[in-house]
Design a protein around this ligand. Structure first.
Ligand code: SF4
Length: 481
């Protein structure tokens, strides 16, 4: 049996998808994260005028195969490459052809490529897309979304540098074993309880005001944690932000919702046939089931990991600006997410990433100008990732980040005033009370800033600590009680 080769999501997603595929009895291996060498190879072998994700992902595959071949491995016999594809207006529909062309040019023309079609939910080539296959992948993607999000929520506040990443890798390996060996929802829930315990040991200090920066944009470039976007998520954290990442589940939800809407449009023109009704029932059921599964798993980590926004809401927010039926790339989502962030105060800053040569993102960017003029309070920046010009891109982001940081400090000062606390009092309470250093400590629903939600959610505990201290009755043992 050939090994299924795939990749180019985040390291956690790649690892857990590997587990899901192995659970089904296949051998699986994910590719390494793409780097600048991959971009160079992609540019050499692909057609000119493609978008950057094509160059990165195609080049990454070829570089991997070359290394394997240099080590004496007969790659065409050993591997089958599986990738996602779709038809549609953007270059996503051309990926398969680009892979095949590049494989031929690199001397691997006999390597089989199998395509999973994200819009028709079908497979071409040697893979059979059974319900078991879909269900296994769903669970892997959901767990990866949750783990990744936990990492981004906790890491900016860790007291001991590197602790979150260490626990995140332990958690990923734990879930890898569970998904590969059992895959049952009940075992996944047990595993997530262990994950929560594991993360609870990380010491954090939520009392530092950090602006929330939502990274949106083209699907691949907003997701990858590689040279493909200059490792932008980590860099933002180093610059003092809390990064809000987009879950891949949100993308799946978008695909399902769009396919449903297309049915209604078709039915409007031709009436409902039995075939259409069946398809509608399937998509509705799948979408409901997916969300239910996501929420069930997320609940275990006390909803500390984020969820994905209702597609109906995003559709309605965008429709005046961008026709949601114009699909390709992120479609209306870039515009909708920007409006959602500013209208409902879900992020201090929205950073939109546009890969070089991306048509749908260029269209969205044009529309964002109108959104900015309608919502002048927004802190929004859109940058093009070309693989070069990293310094230029980062300095543009830094300018906007400065505004977001100022806003975060203002919000924090206001919350301190309203809760009648001072920064030093909060700091001292956090330093002394271990419960306040737990990543799963209560966070108020009021406010956007984590530091604000923290002081509002734990105001009583902080005040009680101060009172005991003032009465000079405080000792470590009285505090424990
Ligand atoms: S959305 Fe843009 S970057 Fe992504 S495949 Fe389509 S054209 Fe390329």
């Amino acid at each position: 049996m050939r090994t299924i080769l795939f990749g180019s999501l985040t390291p956690i997603h790649d690892r857990l998808i590997e587990a899901a595929v192995e659970h089904l009895g296949y051998d699986a291996q994910h590719l390494p994260q793409p780097d600048i060498e991959a971009l160079k190879t992609g540019r050499e072998l692909c057609n000119k005028g493609m978008c950057n994700p094509v160059y990165f992902t195609v080049g990454n595959l070829i570089n991997f195969l070359k290394k394997e071949a240099e080590n004496g491995i007969k790659v065409e016999d050993k591997y089958i490459f599986v990738t996602i594809g779709a038809c549609g207006p953007c270059r996503f529909g051309m990926y398969e052809m680009e892979y095949k062309n590049a494989l031929k040019l690199a001397g691997f023309e006999n390597l089989k490529v199998s395509l999973l079609n994200q819009t028709t939910f079908s497979a071409e080539g040697e893979i059979t897309l059974t319900w078991n296959f879909i269900y296994s992948l769903m669970k892997a993607v959901i767990i990866a979304d949750i783990l990744r999000d936990l990492g981004y929520k906790i890491r900016p506040y860790e007291i001991n540098k590197g602790e979150t990443d260490r626990k995140l890798s332990e958690a990923t390996e734990l879930m890898f074993r569970i998904i590969r060996n059992s895959g049952k929802a009940k075992d996944i829930i047990t595993g997530l309880r262990e994950v929560k315990k594991l993360f609870s040991t990380i010491e954090i200090d939520y009392s530092i005001p950090k602006p929330i920066v939502n990274v949106i944009g083209e699907f691949w470039v907003q997701t990858t944690e590689s040279d493909g976007n200059y490792h932008i998520h980590r860099w933002l954290e180093e610059e003092g932000a809390e990064v809000k990442v987009e879950p891949i589940s949100g993308w799946i939800d978008y695909q399902l919702y769009t396919e449903r809407e297309k049915i209604f449009i078709e039915a409007k023109a031709k009436g409902f046939s039995l075939k259409l009704l069946k398809k509608l029932a399937f998509l509705t059921g799948l979408q409901e089931f997916y969300r239910h599964l996501f929420e069930t798993f997320r609940h275990i980590v006390k909803e500390r990991a984020g969820t994905f926004v209702s597609q109906k809401l995003l559709w309605n927010l965008a429709k005046e600006y961008y026709d949601p039926l114009v699909t390709g790339g992120e479609g209306h989502l870039e515009v909708a997410k920007h409006i959602y962030n500013v209208k409902f105060q879900k992020a201090h800053m929205t950073l939109s990433l546009k890969p070089f040569g991306c048509m749908p993102s260029t269209q969205s960017d044009g529309v964002q100008t109108k959104v900015i003029s309608d919502y002048p309070e927004t802190i929004f920046v859109s940058v093009e990732t070309s693989g070069d010009s990293e310094v230029n891109v980062k300095s543009r982001i830094q300018m906007k980040l400065y505004e977001a940081k100022e806003l975060a400090v203002e919000e924090f000062e206001k919350a301190l005033k309203e809760t009648n606390l001072t920064k030093n009092e909060v700091k001292e309470a956090v330093k002394t009370n271990q419960n306040l250093r737990n990543p799963f400590v209560k966070l108020s629903k009021t406010g956007l800033l984590t530091a604000e939600r923290f002081i509002r959610g734990n105001r009583k505990e902080i005040k009680a600590f101060l009172k005991v201290k003032q009465e000079k009755k405080w000792t470590p043992s009285t505090l424990k009680k």
